[in-house]
Ligand binder design. Structure first.
Ligand code: KG4
Ligand code: ZN
Length: 369
């Protein structure tokens, strides 16, 4: 069975073709093609995503990206997409940016109707989790705990079995990825903040305005102690950490707390930026892992820990995580369509009914279920 998967929930336009037999004993999806066109270069100039611009870019990219997925999978006939080879279509329909979701979802609906294929509507966080079932020998065992960490979400999800999700912890304010992005802005590092903070912590400072890279000593993660929030159970809070960085930077450069955050980057030395990046990265990782380890202790029947979402690309987090934790290959941490196909593969394996292509709606906000 071949599944064409489409993802356009934020600022990546992506299509993939996933292959495999969902009814075999081994039940493993394989990637025939995986095309991701990122809009990062557009949004670097603005320091963040502009929803209207993202939707327009998706519109321009989506059909060429799908065609490229057919070509890379060798599923073309006389240069045309060979729809005889496709058995199902999967698309991210929630959550995400309204205009961005609309482009992918409407494209998938039209293609499903036109070519008479079943359509699977996939939740974005579910697909992030299922990135851990892609191209790996070792599949996670159930029941499992998943830490989903992205630009929009920070959740601990308990999964008794495939397709069963119970959110046991969530952020009360900002997502951890959002916090990386905001701290990067304070330090004058480029968008997206996650990779820029990680580089700065290793001593490579990229200036957001000039894109010039300067090399300093690796950041000292103990230089600026930052507080952990005092939140009960498995919930998170990251807005306080962002403010704590802001106050620590103001203190380090000797300015009053009324000083606007955009003035601070010019007052910091590159070495201070590296030290702040390392101190922040270390604290953010510790906050995430402390909660995850608490959940792992309390849910004692848990067999696997699965980490997913854009922030799971973070190398320091990978080093500090329990050895047995599963991570996606770094190229599948961020938004892509292969993970959407993997999620659909396991829905098909569980005989989940396809959605109605004539009425599928998008939902900018929703919880995983
Ligand atoms: O999953 P994702 O690609 O998109 C959403 O669903 O939000 O996650 C994007 C987030 C951004 O906030 C970005 O800064 C963060 O993931 N990120 C990282 C790293 N790479 C991306 N955060 C920390 N370390 C990284 N290496
Ligand atoms: Zn995502």
């Amino acid at each position: 069975m071949n599944i064409l998967a489409i993802e356009s929930s934020c600022d990546e336009t992506a299509a993939a073709i996933i292959s495999g037999d969902p009814f075999s004993n081994t039940k493993k999806p394989h990637i025939l093609s995986n095309v991701v066109v990122s809009q990062i270069d557009i949004f670097k100039a603005y320091g963040g995503v502009i929803p209207e611009v993202a939707a327009r870019s998706h519109l321009e990219a989506i059909l060429p990206v799908i065609h490229q997925a057919f070509k890379d999978a060798n599923l073309t006939k006389n240069g045309q997409d060979n729809w005889d080879e496709i058995d199902a279509i999967a698309v991210t329909h929630t959550p995400g940016l309204l205009g961005s979701l609309l482009v992918g979802t409407l494209t998938a609906r039209v293609l499903a109707i036109l070519h008479q294929k079943p359509l699977y509507a996939i939740h974005h966080l579910k697909s992030h989790i299922y990135a851990n079932w892609l191209e790996t020998e070792n599949l996670p065992d159930f029941p499992l705990l998943s830490l989903v960490i992205s630009g929009g979400h920070t959740q601990i999800i308990y999964m008794k079995a495939h397709n069963q999700f119970e959110i046991i912890g969530t952020t009360l304010d900002d997502a951890v990825g959002e916090c990386f992005d905001k701290v990067a802005k304070i330090l004058g590092l480029p968008y997206p903040g996650g990779p820029a903070i990680a580089k700065a912590a290793s001593g490579l400072i990229i200036d957001a305005a000039t894109e010039k890279t300067t090399k300093v000593s690796p950041g000292d993660s103990q230089k600026y102690p930052l507080p952990h929030p005092n939140i009960k159970n498995y919930d998170f809070s990251f807005s306080g950490l962002k403010t704590a960085v802001l106050r620590a930077v103001q203190k380090a450069v000797n300015v009053p707390i009324s000083t606007p955050s955009h003035e601070l980057k010019n007052l910091l030395s590159d070495q201070q930026k590296a030290d702040f990046a390392a101190s922040f990265e270390e604290t953010a990782c510790d906050i995430l892992l402390k909660k995850l380890e608490k959940a792992f202790r309390d849910y004692s029947e848990t067999k696997s820990i699965v980490i997913a979402g854009g922030v799971s690309a973070n190398q320091r987090l990978r080093e500090k995580s329990p050895q047995e934790a599963y991570f996606p290959a770094p190229c599948f941490s961020g938004d892509n369509a292969a993970m959407v196909g993997a999620a659909a593969f396991y829905e098909i394996a569980a005989k989940v009914e396809p959605t109605d292509s004539y009425s599928l709606n998008i939902l900018p906000r929703s919880v995983i279920n």
